[in-house]
Write a protein that binds this ligand. Structure first.
Ligand code: HEM
Length: 451
C-alpha cells in the first residue's frame, strides 16, 4: 500500500495509470472505472481520494460507508449538483434542474402512476411485447440480445407510460432516438454537458424529436381526453396547489426522464440476466421447472405470478449484483463534512460504485461467482443494509425498482419458454463508454426456438 494517510485526511493511493494532476487517471477511468476503483481499493482501503477532470473525487465503499452517503442531508451531499450534467437529457425544469422540493413533487406524481393497479395492466403489455419480439426472430440463428432487449423495453416503456399514440407517431425510429439519447451520457459530461461532441449533438437532436412528438400527443389528449390509464393520463390529471394543470414541458420532462431511467437500465439488466443464464445453463432447467409449477402454459401474466417466480427473481438479483447497470453513483459535497472518519472538503465529488461494492468478499461469499442461492433462506447475504445497491439506497433509492424487476422477469418468463439460447462469443464484457454499463455490442447469442 502506497497510500499517504494522515489523521482526518483521506488516503491518495497510487493509481494504476500515470496521469497529470488536473486530469487525474482519466484514461484508465474512461476505459474501465470499475477495475480502476477496485485496484485502488485494494491499495488504499474503503475510502480514498483522487483528482479527475479538475475535480477532487472521494470514493467510499462498504455498507456502513454507503449508509453515511445515502442518509446524508442533501444540503451537505447533493445528488442534484452531482447529476446536473443529465439536464440536456431530462430537460429544463425537471429532475436535477430544479430545487429538491420541486423534484420531490414531480416524483410524487410518478409514484402515483406506479401504483400496483397500474402495474397489473403493465404486466400484460410486457408479456405481449416480449411475445411480439420473439415472433420476429428466426427459428434458429444469431441475434444481438442487447438490441432485442432494447426494442422490447422501448415498446413496453412507451406503451405503459405515454400510450399507443406516441408509438404510432414515432414509428420504428423511436428505438434509435432513445439510443442516441443514452449515448449522450458520457464522462465528458462531468466537465461540461455542452462540449461539442458528436454524441452530445445526437443526444440534443434526439431529445428535441422525442419532446416534439410528446408535445403533439399531449396537445391531442388535452383536446380529446382518453380513457387510457397510462402515466401520461395520470400526469395530465395532476393539478398544482393553485389548481392549474402541469405545464406541457414539465409533463414531457417527467415522461422522458421516466422512460429514460426506466427503459435503458432495465434493458441492460435484462440483457445481463440473459448473459448470466447463457453462462449457467444448469439454472435454465430449474427455472423452467419453476415456471411449470407456478404458471403452466396458458396462465395469464400477472404481478402475482411473476412474484412467485422466486428462482427467476434470485437470478435477476444476481445479475444486478454482478453487473449493476449504474456502476457509479455520485453526490457533490456542498459543505465540508466527514465520511468514514475522514475530512471531505466542500466541492468534492463523492462516488460510490455498486459494481465494486457488490464484489466485496467481506459482504458476498465468493463474490465473482454467479450464485442465486446466496439470497435464499439461511444465507440472505443481501440482508445487511446498503449491501446490494444496484438501485441505490436511502431517500433517493430508485422508485422504479418494482417496475424494473417486473419487466425483466416478464420478458424472461416468455423467453425461457420460447427459446433456447447459447453463447456465440467467448466472453461478454461490460462496455463502460457510457454511465450505464451494458455488455459490449454486438451482444450476439445463438437462438433456437423451442417447438
Ligand atoms: C434496472 C433498472 C433500474 C436501475 C438499475 C435503476 C437504478 C437506480 C439507482 C441506482 C438510483 C439511485 C441513484 C442515486 O442515488 O444516485 C435510481 C434512482 C431513480 N430511478 Fe431508477 N433504476 C432502474 C429503473 C427505473 C425505472 C423503471 C424508473 C421509473 C419508472 C426509475 C426511476 C428512478 C428515479 C425517478 C430515480 C430518482 C429517485 C430520487 O432521486 O429520489 N428507475 N435508479
Amino acid at each position: 500500500m502506497t497510500a499517504e494517510t494522515s489523521a482526518g485526511r483521506l488516503p491518495a493511493p497510487r493509481l494504476p495509470d500515470r496521469h497529470l494532476p488536473w486530469l487525474g487517471p482519466l484514461h484508465a477511468f474512461r476505459r474501465d472505472p470499475v477495475a480502476l476503483l477496485r485496484t485502488a481499493r485494494e491499495r488504499a482501503g474503503n475510502a480514498f481520494a483522487f483528482p479527475l477532470l479538475g475535480q477532487q473525487v472521494v470514493f467510499i465503499c462498504g455498507p456502513e460507508a454507503h449508509a453515511e452517503v445515502f442518509e446524508a442531508d442533501e444540503t451537505v451531499l447533493s445528488p442534484r449538483e452531482a447529476y446536473r450534467f443529465m439536464t440536456p437529457v431530462f430537460g429544463k425544469g425537471v429532475a436535477y434542474d430544479v430545487e429538491p422540493e420541486e423534484m420531490d413533487a414531480h416524483l410524487a406524481h410518478l409514484r402515483s402512476a406506479l401504483r400496483s393497479r397500474q402495474l397489473g395492466a403493465y404486466t400484460r403489455i410486457m408479456d405481449a411485447e416480449a411475445r411480439r419480439e420473439v415472433a420476429s426472430w428466426p427459428v434458429h440463428g444469431e441475434l444481438d440480445l442487447l438490441a432485442a432487449m432494447q426494442r422490447t423495453m422501448v415498446a413496453i416503456a412507451t406503451r405503459c407510460l405515454i400510450g399507443e399514440e406516441f408509438v404510432r407517431r414515432m414509428g420504428p425510429q423511436v428505438s434509435r432516438l432513445y439510443h442516441d439519447l443514452e449515448s449522450g451520457i458520457r464522462l465528458a459530461g462531468l466537465l461540461s454537458p455542452s462540449v461539442p461532441l458528436p454524441s452530445f449533438r445526437r443526444r440534443d437532436r434526439a431529445r428535441a424529436a422525442i419532446a416534439h412528438a410528446n408535445g403533439e400527443v399531449i396537445a391531442e389528449r388535452r383536446r380529446r381526453p382518453s380513457e387510457s390509464d397510462d402515466m401520461l393520463a395520470a400526469l395530465l390529471a395532476v393539478r398544482t396547489p393553485a389548481g392549474d394543470p402541469l405545464p406541457d414541458e414539465i409533463v414531457t420532462g417527467i415522461l422522458i426522464g421516466t422512460i429514460f431511467a426506466g427503459q435503458h437500465q432495465s434493458t441492460v439488466l435484462a440483457t445481463w440476466t440473459g448473459v448470466m443464464l447463457l453462462r449457467h445453463p444448469e439454472f435454465v432447467s430449474r427455472l423452467r421447472a419453476e415456471q411449470d409449477d407456478v404458471c403452466p402454459p396458458g396462465t395469464p401474466p400477472s404481478v402475482r405470478v411473476l412474484h412467485r417466480l422466486e428462482l427467476l427473481d434470485a437470478c435477476v438479483r444476481e445479475a444486478e449484483r454482478l453487473h449493476p447497470p449504474l456502476v457509479l453513483l455520485m453526490r457533490k459535497a456542498l459543505k465540508g463534512t466527514t465520511l468514514c472518519g475522514h475530512d471531505v472538503p466542500a466541492g468534492t465529488l463523492v462516488m460510490i460504485s455498486p459494481a465494486v461494492a457488490h464484489r466485496m468478499p467481506e459482504v458476498f461469499a465468493n463474490p465473482d461467482r454467479f450464485d442465486p442461492e446466496r439470497y435464499g433462506p439461511g444465507r440472505a447475504e443481501h440482508r445487511r443494509p446498503y449491501s446490494l445497491i444496484g438501485f441505490g439506497g436511502g431517500k433517493h433509492r430508485c422508485i422504479g425498482f418494482a417496475l424494473a424487476y417486473l419487466q425483466v422477469k416478464a420478458i424472461w418468463n416468455v423467453l425461457l419458454r420460447e427459446v433456447d439460447l447459447r453463447p456465440a462469443r467467448p466472453a461478454y464484457e461490460p462496455d463502460y463508454s457510457t454511465f450505464v454499463a451494458a455488455p459490449a455490442a454486438p451482444c450476439t447469442v445463438r437462438i433456437h426456438k423451442r417447438s
